[in-house]
Every structure is written in C-alpha cells, then in structure tokens.
Write a protein that binds this ligand. Structure first.
Ligand SMILES: [Mn+2]
Length: 394
C-alpha cells in the first residue's frame, strides 16, 4: 500500500493524480492545508502499518514530525518527501528527502513535475504525451511562468480546479490522462471557463475604479479591497499602472493582505516581510496586523481612486512623439513629448519643466506618481491644441 499526503492546491492535487495513475487502488491520498499536514502525519504514525509507503509532496512538516519520519525510515519504513520550496532544502540531508527548486536546465520545478520524474525513473508510471502536457501546465501555473509565457491553458487549468470540487477534478483528470492522446479541455469546461473569464474581467474593471495610490517606504503602492482573484487583479492592475511598484490587495474579512508586482526590480516578499509575512518576489502576503492596517487602510481610506486614462482615443495616444496630454485633479495640463532622440520633456501649462526623461514610460511614471494625472479624451486634447495655436497667433 501507498499513502500520499499532499497540498490542497493545484500542484498538490497534481501529485495525487499522478499517484493514482501510478498505483491505482493501492494508494490512499489525503490533501492538506499547510497547517493541517502535521496532524495528518501524526495520524499516520499513530496508526502505522509498516508496509505502507508514505509519500509527502509539496509541503513541509514540523521538527517533531521530521524526527518521526527519520525514525520510521531508520526502522526500515518506506518514506519519500518531495518538494520544490526553498525553505524545504534541508530535507536533502536525509536519504528520504528530495527537494529541488530548479532543475539541471535551470527550469523552476513544481512538486508535480518532481513526482512525475520520480515515478518515471522508478518505472512506476508510463510516460505519455497527455500526462507530460498536464504536468507542464501545473508546473507553469505553480511557478508563475505561465504569466511570462502568457500560457492561458495553465491559468485555465487552475481556474477549472477552483470551479469544481477536488474529487471531481481528480476523477476527470485521471480519466482524461488515461484515455486521451493529448491534454485538452472538453466543450463543457471550455464554456464554463469562458463564463468565468468574463466574470473576472468585469470584476477587474470594477476594482480598477476603486484603486488608490500611496507612497510607503519609498515605493508606490496601488491599494484595493478584494476577496477573490488576487493573481489576476495583481497582474491586470499592475500592467494598467506600471508607475506603481506593487499592488496591495486587502481582504478585510479574512484579516489578510496580498502583494503583487509585475516589476523585476521589486521584491514583494520584502514588502510583506516588513509586516511579518513572506512569500515570493512576485507574490506575497501577510496578516492584516495593526501596523499593516494603519498603513494600508487608515492612511488611504480618505483618498480618491486613481482617475482612469481615456480608453478610446485616436489622437491623444501614449508614446506619441508629437505629444501626449494629461490632466491633474487641480486642472493642470501636462504635455509629455519627445524633444530629441534620447529625451522626453514635460510642458506644464505654458512652462516647460526642467527635468527630462530617457523615454516615454519614465516621463509618464513621473507624472502619475507626483500629480496623479490621467490621459485626457481626444476632445480635450483638440481644444488644448487649438488654444496653443491661438496663443501663438496673439
Ligand atoms: Mn507547489
């Protein structure tokens, strides 16, 4: 018999699916939250059958259980821990630990991809295109590589995982991987995934109108309240407002908050660390402590949302060397335009600001950070130009 204890996210459940493909009725699988695993491991040892091979995937145990696993192993028990988190690397000191963050080719790993290689190399599973494709989607989702590669199928696989129960997901995937040549979504899944995407789009549009900006410890943050779709929100709002260093997403009911960034020069695990949390460079989180509440809620609650840029312009366009017109709440107009090959300048009303910028993005970032300007509509732009012409004539 085999027993697999795994994480209850897509990567963890991917491990369960592989185990069931490999061992069929001979494996019992239990999915756990990060905090729930230790109880489950204790239960295993209290009710131990020495012949059961224990797998632990995508999760870490506490020190007491680390000890118990090692004793079990030294008494001849069979156990294998497989993980890809940096924080678990010390398990490699044990013969039963297998932790790899990056493979030989420099690709980030996931628990599912590591378990697949383990099962293949021990000839416990047969290689197939469908399984290999499924494992790669899980890996790309779990490592955020899908965002860089814009791998929609990876994102859709995770969306499907949340739309159905774990049991249903497991069952569907096992059948599909056993019977299909290639991994695919069926017609019904495509339909519900499309509906889900529309729903997320509408949610993000609404949240975009609620975003406020604030400067904290030298970084510019966009602050928004949201209970769901944190990854999608962080990604879309980050791309919409590249002048913001990161997006802070507050879940008041859950008394937690998340941080997301699209920028390589920002590490949001450091931001979360300032409030006792942690995570990855691109995504992190912390509890909504008194201090975090003060910084992100009390001190931003009175702020007006960031005004949105005009969306359907044909003339007043971003990056146009001829000039792009912005307006501030104080009704000041700013024209950002190229003055030579390597410089962009800002005209504020009749006056040119002294500072110049190496490219359009830097100029816009300066304006949005310091004046909370927005891109004006074409009508406004045309009126502004007509006024400029008049001023010239008189
Ligand atoms: Mn994982």
């Amino acid at each position: 018999m085999y027993k697999l204890l795994s994480h209850n996210d897509l990567d963890g459940v991917g491990c369960g699916i592989l185990a069931k493909l490999a061992f069929r009725e001979d494996v019992k699988v239990r999915y756990n939250s990060i905090s729930g695993l230790n109880r489950e491991v204790e239960w295993f040892f209290d009710n131990v059958d020495k012949n059961t091979f224990l797998f632990i995937t995508d999760l870490s145990v506490n020190e007491k259980n680390e000890q118990r696993i090692n004793e079990f192993y030294q008494d001849g028990g069979k156990v294998q821990l497989i993980d890809h988190h940096k924080t678990a690397l010390h398990y490699n000191d044990y013969p039963w630990g297998h932790v790899v963050v990056e493979d030989e080719e420099g690709k980030l790993t996931s628990a599912t991809s590591l378990l697949y290689h383990y099962l293949l190399s021990h000839q416990l599973i047969e290689e197939s295109a469908a399984i290999t494709e499924f494992v790669e989607l899980v890996r790309q989702y779990d490592t955020w590589e899908w965002e860089k590669n814009d791998n929609q199928d990876a994102q859709r696989l995770n969306a499907l995982f949340f739309l159905v129960s774990i049991d249903e997901f497991e069952e569907k995937m096992i059948t599909r991987l056993q019977t299909s040549e290639h991994f695919h979504f069926d017609e019904f899944e495509k339909k519900i995934l499309d509906m889900e995407e529309d729903k997320i789009d509408r949610y993000i549009r609404r949240k975009r109108r609620e975003l406020v900006q604030t400067e904290l410890n030298g970084l510019f943050a966009g602050v928004v309240y949201a209970e769901s779709y944190h990854s999608e929100l962080g990604n879309e709002l980050g791309k919409e407002y590249p002048h913001l260093d990161y997006i802070a997403i507050l879940n008041i009911g859950g008394k937690r908050m998340g941080f997301r960034t699209i920028h390589d020069h920002i590490d949001v695990s450091e931001v979360a660390g300032q409030y006792g949390g942690g995570g990855h460079a691109k995504a992190s989180g912390c509890s909504l402590t008194e201090e975090a509440y003060t910084s992100f809620v009390t001190e931003t609650f009175h702020l007006e949302p960031i005004p949105e840029d005009a969306r359907r312009n044909r003339y007043n366009l971003k990056g146009s060397s001829f000039g792009t017109l912005y307006k501030s709440r104080r009704e000041d107009y700013f024209l950002l335009h190229q003055i030579n090959d390597h410089e962009w300048a800002i005209q504020k009303g009749q006056k040119r600001l002294e500072q110049t910028y190496a490219n359009f993005e830097e100029g816009e970032s300066y304006l949005k950070r310091n004046y909370e300007v927005w891109l004006v509509k074409d009508d406004d732009f045309v009126q502004y130009l007509m006024k400029q012409v008049k001023n010239h004539i008189h």
